[in-house]
Design a protein around this ligand. Sequence first.
Ligand SMILES: C[S@@+](CC[C@H](N)C(=O)[O-])C[C@H]1O[C@@H](n2cnc3c(N)ncnc32)[C@H](O)[C@@H]1O
Length: 279
Amino acid sequence: MRDTAVALAAAGIDNVRFEARLLLAKAAGLPVEALIGRGRDPVAAAIVDALRSLSVRRLQHEPMAYILGEREFWGLPFKVTPEVLVPRPDSETIIEAGLALLPDRERCWRLLDLGLGSGCLLLTLLKELPNAGGVGLEISHGALEVARDNAAALDVAARATLVQGDWRQPGWEDRLGGPFDLVVSNPPYVESAAISRLMPEVAQYEPRQALDGGPDGLTAYRTIAAAGRRLVTPEGHLLFEVGHGQATEIVGILASVGLAPLPPWKDLGGIERVVGARH
Ligand SMILES: C[S@@+](CC[C@H](N)C(=O)[O-])C[C@H]1O[C@@H](n2cnc3c(N)ncnc32)[C@H](O)[C@@H]1O
């Protein structure tokens, strides 16, 4: 584990002791807690070999979540593969905002998630709202399969309709069975030209169609907002996760299509992270 940590540090990776411990646990097929207090135990050669192969992947800056195959979000375990964006702690802000807008946990709320990825937004909301039902739209077949696996593992599959589709196609919003009490979306929002400058974990490994927001990063927001008043019930809301510094422009996009913007929600770093609007 120490050797792994040294190698990771030399590659410019942070949190190396923590990551080395997770990689050793994965190599040994043990939960990470099982390593505590066993620092002097001999390690079988097969585990050392497995650890070396995992370390090589991490040294090439493959995200930990893809190597481990899992990432926690809102305290829930989500299966993660290279077909999906790695769920981010910042995206929990949209869950907080959504639950604040749907205070009656027992109601049969109707939810929509545009750009499901792993399903972390919709499936978490379905866990928190036990009588709600939800539709999720995703362009990537691979991501849709991961979201379906997560829905089954989290025991919400019966309340989740997960469909393949593309919000750039004419009439896309009419096929989703709306309107919905709450529409959430964390669409791709990185400016196309900025993607190659992101950290290698993101630029080289995460799906381009989960990142690429077009020339100014805002293409998907304009498309989705344009359908907003047809997707949301008269009392309903639309919530977008937004990139750093994008909130003001996206409030303007929402207002321009006749939605009534709400004050943005900040993430734990104090960044305006979620922009919402009423019908
Ligand atoms: C930034 S990721 C968000 C994934 C997940 N909701 C999350 O918060 O981790 C955006 C997702 O939108 C999907 N997507 C991109 N363009 C799309 C389109 N035109 N129609 C439907 N889904 C799209 C991507 O494949 C990706 O899974």
